[in-house]
Design a binder for this molecule. Structure first.
Ligand code: 5AD
Ligand code: SF4
Length: 488
C-alpha cells in the first residue's frame, strides 16, 4: 500500500466509524465554467459531508471556501483572481472575530497554473486539479498544518474508482435532473483549446461503473441524467464481457433502468457522431431530442487551422443524418469568432452555415489566446474590435433562430420534468424535451414528476405553458396528473 492509499483508508475509517463525530463546519463552493465542474463541485460536497461540512451560500459564514475554476477563456481565469481579492477581505474580517477560513482553488485554473496561484494570491491554502477531489480530506488535513498544498497530478483512474465507491453508498434523495460524468479529458487538440492540457488524455469509465451509478441515481429519485464528457460521444467503455461499447449502446442500456425517463449527453464532437448514436436518437424515447454539437466555424480554412478534423460539408451531411433520424431535434452549437487568420469571408461562411442549419440555440465566444495552445502563437491575430463586431452579428442571427425555434413550439403539448419551485408563489419550473426552462402554475407536489404541458407563450430562453389535465404527451412517458391539479 502506498502512503497515499494508507492516508485515504484512515480517512474513510474515521468517517464511517459510528463513534466519529466531525465538527460542524461550513463550505462555500463557487463553480465556474462547464457542467462537468458542476458535477465535480457536487462530488466535492459529497466528500466533505463526512468531514462535517455543510454547504453555505454565505461567504461570511464559511470555514472553507472552494473556487472550482475554468480556464477555457482568459476572462474565465481572471475572474478567479478578482474573486480571491474579495474573499481576502472577508477572511481578514473573520480573523478579527478569531475565526479561520481555509481557501482552496480547484479545477482547470488550478491544474494549469499550479503554484503560480499561491504566488499571485498568497491567501490560498490549497490548489488542486480536477482529478484530486477524492483526496480532499487529505488535502485539507495537510493544509490545516499551515502548509500550502499544491496537487496537480493526473490520476483519473483513482478519481473514477472513488466516484463509483461514492455511488455505491446508501441511497439518498436527489434532485430530479442530475449529471453523470462518463468520460474525461480530450485527445482532439483543437488549436484554440486548453482542455487536453488541463483535463488530460481521454479516459472513459466502464459500462459497469456507469450503469451502477445511474441505477443508484434513479433509485434516489433522479428522472433525468445528462451524461458528461469533454468529448462525450468519443466515450468507449469496457463492458462486463470484455467488449468495448460506444455511447449509442450505452444509452440503450441506460434507458432500460427503471425510473430513468430521460437521457441527454454533452459535449459531442462531430467526428465521433456514429450511426449507432444517431440510431439511438431515432429509436429511444428516453433520449431527448436535443443535441449540442459544436462546429466552431463555417470556414474550411479556419476549421483546418483549428485542427477540427472535419469540413463544413461533413458537418452539413451529419446534420442531415441526425435530422432524418430525429426530425424534431433541437440543435445547439458553439462558435468562436476571430480565430487567427479569420477574414470577413471566413466569418461570412460561418454566418452562412448558421443560416443553413438553423439552430435552436448556440453559445458563441470571441477567440481568446490561451498560453500553451498552438493558436496563441499564430500570426494574424484578429483585432478585438473586429471580434466584437462579428460576435454581435452572429449572436443577433442566433437569437432570431432561437426565437423562431421556440415560436414553433407554440400550441404544442410536450412533457416537462419539473425540477424546482419557480420565482413566484404557486409556480414550478421544469425542462422541456428541447431543454428550455418551462415555468407553469402548479403545486410543489409535482416536482420530480413528468407532466404534459401546453405551450402558451415564449420568452427568449423559456417556454411558458399550462398543465394539461388528462392529456398524454407524445414525447416521452408521462405521469398521471395528480387530483390536486384537476381540482386547482
Ligand atoms: N477562445 C474562445 N473560445 C474557446 N472555446 C474553447 N477554447 C476557446 C478559446 N481559446 C469555446 C469553444 C468550446 C467551448 C466550450 O468554449 O467554442 O466548444
Ligand atoms: Fe477542446 Fe477540441 Fe477537445 Fe472540445 S474537442 S475539448 S474544443 S480540444
Amino acid at each position: 500500500m502506498t502512503e497515499r492509499q494508507e492516508f485515504e483508508a484512515t480517512d474513510i475509517a474515521a468517517s464511517t466509524d459510528p463513534k466519529f463525530v466531525a465538527p460542524e463546519r461550513k463550505v462555500f463552493m463557487r463553480t465556474y465554467g462547464c457542467q462537468m465542474n458542476v458535477y465535480d463541485s457536487n462530488r466535492m460536497t459529497d466528500v466533505l459531508g463526512p468531514q462535517g461540512y455543510t454547504a453555505t451560500e454565505n461567504l461570511e459564514d464559511a470555514d472553507l471556501v472552494i473556487l472550482n475554476t475554468c480556464h477555457i477563456r482568459e476572462k474565465a481565469a481572471e475572474k478567479v483572481y478578482s474573486e480571491l481579492g474579495r474573499i481576502r477581505k472577508v477572511k481578514e474580517a473573520r480573523a478579527l472575530d478569531g475565526k479561520d477560513m481555509m481557501i482552496g482553488v480547484a479545477g482547470c485554473v488550478a491544474q494549469a497554473e499550479g503554484e503560480e496561484i499561491s504566488r499571485r494570491a498568497p491567501i490560498v491554502d490549497m490548489v488542486f486539479g480536477p482529478q484530486s477531489y477524492h483526496r480532499l480530506p487529505k488535502i485539507l488535513a495537510e493544509a490545516a498544518t499551515g502548509k500550502t498544498v499544491i496537487e496537480t497530478e493526473f490520476d483519473i483512474d483513482a478519481k473514477f474508482e472513488h466516484l463509483s465507491a461514492q455511488a455505491a453508498q446508501p441511497e439518498r434523495k436527489r434532485a430530479p435532473a442530475a449529471f453523470l460524468t462518463v468520460q474525461e479529458g480530450c485527445d482532439k487538440f483543437c488549436t484554440f483549446c486548453v482542455v487536453p492540457y488541463t483535463r488530460g488524455a481521454e479516459v472513459s469509465r466502464s459500462v459497469e461503473q456507469i450503469v451502477t451509478e445511474a441505477g443508484q441515481m434513479a433509485a434516489g429519485g433522479v428522472r433525468e441524467i445528462t451524461l458528461l464528457g469533454q468529448n462525450v460521444n468519443g466515450w468507449h467503455g469496457k463492458a462486463p464481457d470484455g467488449s468495448t461499447w460506444g455511447l449509442g449502446r450505452l444509452v440503450r442500456r441506460l434507458s432500460e433502468i427503471e425510473g430513468l425517463d430521460r437521457l441527454r449527453y454533452t459535449t459531442s464532437h462531430p467526428r465521433d457522431m456514429d450511426d449507432e448514436l444517431i440510431d439511438a436518437h431515432r429509436d429511444l424515447k428516453t433520449l431527448m431530442p436535443y443535441l449540442h454539437l459544436p462546429v466552431q466555424s463555417g470556414s474550411d480554412k479556419i476549421l483546418a487551422a483549428m485542427n477540427r478534423k472535419h469540413t463544413r460539408d461533413e458537418y452539413f451531411r451529419l446534420i442531415d443524418r441526425i435530422r432524418d433520424a430525429s426530425p424534431d431535434i433541437a440543435l445547439s452549437c458553439d462558435f468562436i469568432v476571430g480565430f487567427p487568420g479569420e477574414t470577413d469571408q471566413d466569418f461570412q461562411d460561418t454566418m452562412d452555415l448558421i443560416r443553413r442549419v438553423e439552430f435552436g440555440s448556440a453559445f458563441s465566444f470571441k477567440y481568446s489566446q490561451r498560453p500553451g495552445t498552438p493558436g496563441a502563437t499564430m500570426t494574424d491575430q484578429v483585432p478585438e474590435d473586429v471580434k466584437s463586431a462579428r460576435l454581435a452579428e452572429l449572436q443577433a442571427l442566433v437569437a432570431n433562430q432561437q426565437t423562431a425555434f421556440n415560436a414553433s413550439r407554440m400550441g404544442m403539448t410536450c412533457d416537462v420534468l419539473f425540477e424546482r419551485k419557480g420565482r413566484n408563489t404557486g409556480q414550478i419550473v421544469g425542462k422541456s424535451p428541447w431543454l428550455q426552462p418551462v415555468p407553469v402554475d402548479g403545486p410543489d407536489s409535482l416536482i420530480g414528476t413528468i407532466q404534459p404541458v401546453e405551450i402558451t407563450g415564449i420568452g427568449s430562453n423559456s417556454l411558458f405553458g399550462r398543465l394539461v389535465a388528462g392529456h398524454h404527451a407524445s414525447v416521452s412517458s408521462t405521469d398521471a396528473i395528480k387530483e390536486a391539479v384537476f381540482d386547482a
